[in-house]
Structure formats: C-alpha cells, structure tokens
Design a protein around this ligand. Structure first.
Ligand code: HEC
Ligand code: HEC
Ligand code: HEC
Ligand code: HEC
Ligand code: HEC
Ligand code: HEC
Length: 335
C-alpha cells in the first residue's frame, strides 16, 4: 500500500476515535436530560421563588380590597398588573401604588383600532373636561371597582300622595323637606331619581342608618316613588346654609376634584347622583366621614374620600353649604 494512503487511513481512524471520545469528555451530564441549550437551568428555574403571587396571596392580608376587586369589572386584571410583582412583599417593603393613573389606565383604555371592545375605550380629550388637563383617572374611578353607576331610576310617582306620606318624615326632614337642624339632610329639590335609589338602598339594607333603616323598611315601592316625586319637586329656596365650621374658599379649590360628578357648584348633571348645593354642612361632613371610614358603602365615593383630611371635609362642606340650591328642573312641579 502506498505510504500516503496508509497515513490517510490512520488519520481518518484518529479522527473517528476522537469523535467517539470527545463527547464523553466534553459533554456535561445534564445534556442527556435537558439538551445542550438549557444545561442545569431547569433545576435552577424550578428552585426560584415565583415573582408573581396572584390574588390568592393578597387575600390573607388585604381581604377587603380583594373582595371589592373580585366583585367588580377589574377582576380580569390581577393586582400585580398594576402594583408590580409581589415577590418579597411584605417582608421587603410595601408594593408601589401607581401615582400616574392617566398613564396606567390609558395603557388599556385609550381608544385605538384593533383593541378588543370587551376592554371599554375612551378618547382622552373627550372623556371629560378634566382628564385632558391632567386630572387623575383615580379622582373619579376607584381602580378596584371602576364602574361608575350612572343607572337612572325612572320616577313616575305622584307628588300629591307623596306629600301626605311625608307627614311621617316631617319631624326630622321638616314640613317642606328643609331639615330643622345641621346634621339631618334637606330633601327638598334633591334629584328624585337619587332619592328613590337611596330610599330603596335603606330598605334593602345596602345603606344603613339607625333612624332611617326602620322607617324605610315600612315603605313600599309606590311610597318610595311618591316620596321621591314629592321631595324632588319641592322648592329648596327656604334652605338656610346652616353653620359651617370650615373655610368655603379653601373648600372651593378642593371641590374641583368633585365637579366632574357633583357639578361646579354642587348641582349634578346626573339625576342618579345627589346634588350637594345648600345641603346642611353637618350632614355633608358626616356623610363624607362615613364614606371615608367605609360605614357608608359606595365604591366611587370610597375612593374619592379616602385621601381627605378632617379639615378638607369641613372646608368642602362649608363650600357646598353656601351654594345656591338647585333651581327647579324642567318637569318638576311643586304640589
Ligand atoms: C402577609 C401579609 C401581606 C400579603 C400576603 C400582601 N400584603 Fe400588601 N401589605 C402588607 C402590609 C403589612 C403592608 C403595609 C401596610 C402599611 O404600612 O400601611 C402592605 C402594603 C401594601 C401596599 C401599599 C399600601 C400603602 O398604603 O402604601 C400595596 C399596594 C399592597 N400591599 C399590595 C399587595 C398586593 C397586590 C398583594 C398580593 C399580590 C399583597 N399586598 C399581599 C401585607 C401583605
Ligand atoms: C387597575 C389597576 C389596579 C388593580 C388591578 C389593583 N389595584 Fe390596588 N390600587 C391601584 C391604584 C391606582 C391605587 C391608588 C388608589 C387611589 O389613589 O385612589 C391602588 C391602591 C391600593 C392599595 C392602597 C390603598 C389603601 O387603601 O391604602 C392597596 C392595599 C391595594 N391597592 C391593593 C390591591 C390589591 C390587593 C389588588 C388585587 C385584589 C389590587 N390592589 C388591584 C390600582 C390597582
Ligand atoms: C391591564 C389592562 C387594564 C388596566 C391597566 C386598566 N383596566 Fe380598566 N378594564 C380592563 C378590562 C379588561 C375591563 C373590562 C372587564 C370586563 O368587563 O370584563 C376594564 C373595565 C374598566 C371599566 C368599565 C367598568 C364597567 O363595568 O363598565 C372602567 C371604567 C375602567 N376599566 C377604568 C379603569 C381605570 C380608571 C384604570 C386605571 C386605574 C384601569 N381601568 C386600568 C383592563 C384594564
Ligand atoms: C371627572 C370624572 C372622571 C374622570 C377624571 C375619568 N372618568 Fe372615566 N368615566 C366617568 C364617568 C361619569 C363614566 C360613566 C359614564 C357613563 O356610564 O355614562 C366614565 C366611564 C369610563 C369608562 C367606561 C366607558 C364605557 O364605554 O363603558 C372607561 C373605560 C373610563 N371611564 C376610563 C377612564 C380613564 C382611563 C380615565 C383617566 C384617563 C378616566 N376614565 C377619568 C368619569 C370620569
Ligand atoms: C328620626 C328622624 C328621621 C325621620 C322620621 C326620617 N328621617 Fe330620613 N334621615 C334621617 C337621618 C338622620 C338621615 C341621614 C342618615 C345618614 O347619615 O346616613 C336621613 C336621611 C334620609 C335620606 C337620604 C338623604 C341623602 O341626601 O342621602 C332620605 C332620602 C330620607 N332620609 C328620607 C326620609 C323619608 C322619606 C322619611 C319618611 C318616611 C324619613 N326620611 C324620615 C332622619 C330621619
Ligand atoms: C365619580 C363621581 C363622583 C365624584 C368624583 C365625587 N362623588 Fe360624591 N357621590 C357620588 C355618588 C355616585 C354618590 C351617591 C353615593 C350613594 O349612593 O351612596 C355621591 C355621594 C356624595 C355625598 C352624599 C350626599 C348625600 O346627599 O347623601 C357627598 C357628601 C359627596 N358625594 C361629596 C363628594 C365630594 C366632597 C367629592 C369630591 C372630593 C365627591 N363627592 C366626588 C359620585 C361622585
């Protein structure tokens, strides 16, 4: 055999032997279990604590918040989407509370073509006069319960019959719906749809008050309609402003956060919501403190009132108490 041929055969044999031995020496054990690209990472990954914990984890310590969230429209948006991964919380500190809700909420809610309609969309510039100038979405929407109930109850009651039924109420709410003291609310001129809704809430137990709950339980559907029609149509001209303890000028500045729903001067554009103008300041203060503490349950007002100090509440009450009461609205008749 020519020399160069045998050299070539030896060389090929050498390469073959190397090719058979090299993998045994060079390959890590994990190759045969997981493939070359992951090596031991599976074990490493499996040993890691999950960064995201899901809402079940939050339940143990933030039960109230989880209950509110899971009963409302954002239950498909988990807590950590907005608050960040809960790994290490609470041991390593609080989770961040998103400050810029315009930025956060528009991520999912700003109208754009192709965005699924199950995710309701708004055009920022049109949504309300204040968002465009930077008002936070959380000023009106509770992020854990974002729906703002604008549902309107039709009031078709008979005001004259309501006036008779209202004799039972006169001791506390006054002959004509103008309350005799500072802490009981005026009813005259209040939106009839709101009155019907809130009376139904006292009756069902959704709202509670030592004085009102037993009385409302005695009312039937027709009574509620008639009373709402009567008080809603009564004039509130005679309402005296009561004696506010706060500073109305300071209250005016704070009221900018409320005007989207309660109107600039406390006269709301939505019949299902209460007007605040010329309401008794003591009552306004009690109502705001009740919302803040959760005694009075309304998801919208809970979010709005949470950050108010006692002084803010007095000032807001003083501001609304001295505003002119709602003018008679079309279609309202004084019986
Ligand atoms: C083991 C109990 C515990 C669990 C579980 C827990 N938290 Fe907390 N969380 C706390 C405590 C304690 C604080 C601090 C409260 C304080 O100092 O006001 C806190 C604070 C927060 C804050 C800041 C509140 C503030 O007022 O600054 C947020 C937001 C928060 N948690 C969200 C979550 C979310 C979301 C989850 C679930 C993924 C969760 N937490 C799970 C105990 C817990
Ligand atoms: C859509 C975003 C979003 C989701 C989802 C969300 N949060 Fe929040 N959360 C916020 C924002 C915004 C605030 C600040 C509220 C404000 O300024 O009125 C907040 C405030 C809080 C606070 C502090 C408020 C307080 O009362 O001191 C806690 C605690 C909290 N969230 C827990 C939770 C938990 C628990 C969940 C899940 C069950 C959750 N959040 C889901 C956006 C969200
Ligand atoms: C990760 C995406 C996401 C973020 C962030 C988010 N949302 Fe939503 N939101 C949704 C989805 C999805 C729905 C519809 C849920 C459903 O109807 O099942 C919704 C529903 C709503 C609704 C309609 C409620 C109803 O029942 O009509 C409002 C209002 C709302 N969100 C406001 C907000 C506000 C305010 C913020 C910021 C604090 C926010 N959202 C942040 C995804 C998001
Ligand atoms: C001044 C109060 C106010 C502010 C601030 C506000 N909203 Fe609203 N928003 C409302 C009211 C009131 C409704 C309910 C309208 C209705 O049901 O007719 C609503 C409804 C919505 C809806 C539901 C729309 C639908 O088609 O069902 C979404 C989504 C929403 N808002 C998102 C936002 C986001 C995001 C921001 C912040 C950029 C924001 N809102 C700021 C008052 C406000
Ligand atoms: C014993 C005194 C008393 C009597 C009688 C009474 N109320 Fe009231 N009413 C109150 C008090 C106090 C409140 C405020 C409760 C609160 O702070 O939640 C109230 C609240 C209300 C509200 C809610 C007002 C608002 O702005 O939210 C309505 C509506 C109402 N009463 C209607 C009636 C009607 C109708 C009758 C007669 C059937 C009646 N009340 C009889 C004491 C009384
Ligand atoms: C997003 C809309 C919205 C905003 C913003 C808002 N409110 Fe309200 N407010 C409501 C609704 C809805 C009710 C009725 C709640 C109920 O049915 O118990 C209410 C009720 C009230 C009541 C009780 C009135 C009564 O007759 O019982 C007071 C007081 C009040 N709001 C004050 C304020 C103040 C002060 C602000 C601003 C710091 C504010 N609200 C911002 C929607 C809003």
């Amino acid at each position: 055999m020519p020399k160069h041929i045998s050299r070539l055969i030896w060389l090929l044999l050498g390469v073959l032997v190397l090719a058979l031995i090299a993998p045994r020496i060079l390959t890590v054990d994990s190759f045969y279990r997981f493939g070359h690209y992951r090596a031991n990472s599976v074990i490493e990954i499996a040993a890691q604590e999950p960064a995201y914990q899901t809402a079940t984890y939050c339940l143990t310590c933030h039960a109230k918040r989880v209950a509110q969230w899971s009963a409302n429209s954002h239950k498909s948006v988990t807590c950590e989407v907005c608050h960040g991964a809960a790994e290490g919380h609470p041991d390593n500190g609080k989770l961040p509370i998103p400050k810029d809700t315009v930025k956060l909420c528009t991520l999912c809610h700003e109208a754009m073509p192709g965005r699924p309609h199950t995710q309701p969309q708004i055009v920022l510039a049109q949504h309300n006069p204040y968002t465009a100038s930077g008002q936070q979405c959380a000023a009106c929407h509770n992020p854990h319960s974002p729906k703002i109930a604008a549902g309107l109850i039709k009031v078709k009651g008979n005001a004259a019959i309501g006036k008779q039924r209202a004799e039972d109420c006169a001791a506390c709410h006054g002959e004509n719906g103008i309350s005799p003291n500072n802490t009981w609310p005026n009813l005259a001129g209040q939106n009839a749809a709101y009155l019907a809704r809130i009376l139904a809430a006292y009756k069902s137990g959704d709202q509670e008050d030592v004085a009102m709950t037993p009385l409302a339980k005695e009312l039937n559907e027709a009574d509620i309609q008639n009373l709402a029609a009567y008080y809603g149509g009564s004039s509130c001209k005679a309402a005296a402003p009561g004696k506010p303890v706060g500073d109305a000028a300071l209250g005016r500045a704070l009221a900018k956060n409320c005007s989207g729903c309660h109107g600039e001067t406390g006269i709301t554009g939505n019949q299902a919501w209460p007007s605040l103008a010329a309401q008794k300041p003591g009552y306004l203060m009690n109502a705001l403190k009740a919302f803040r503490s959760g005694l009075r349950k309304d998801p919208t007002m809970a979010g709005v009132s949470r950050g108010l100090s006692d002084a803010d509440i007095s000032n807001l009450a003083a501001y609304y108490a001295v505003q002119a009461c709602p003018p008679a609205i079309q279609g309202r008749k004084t019986p």
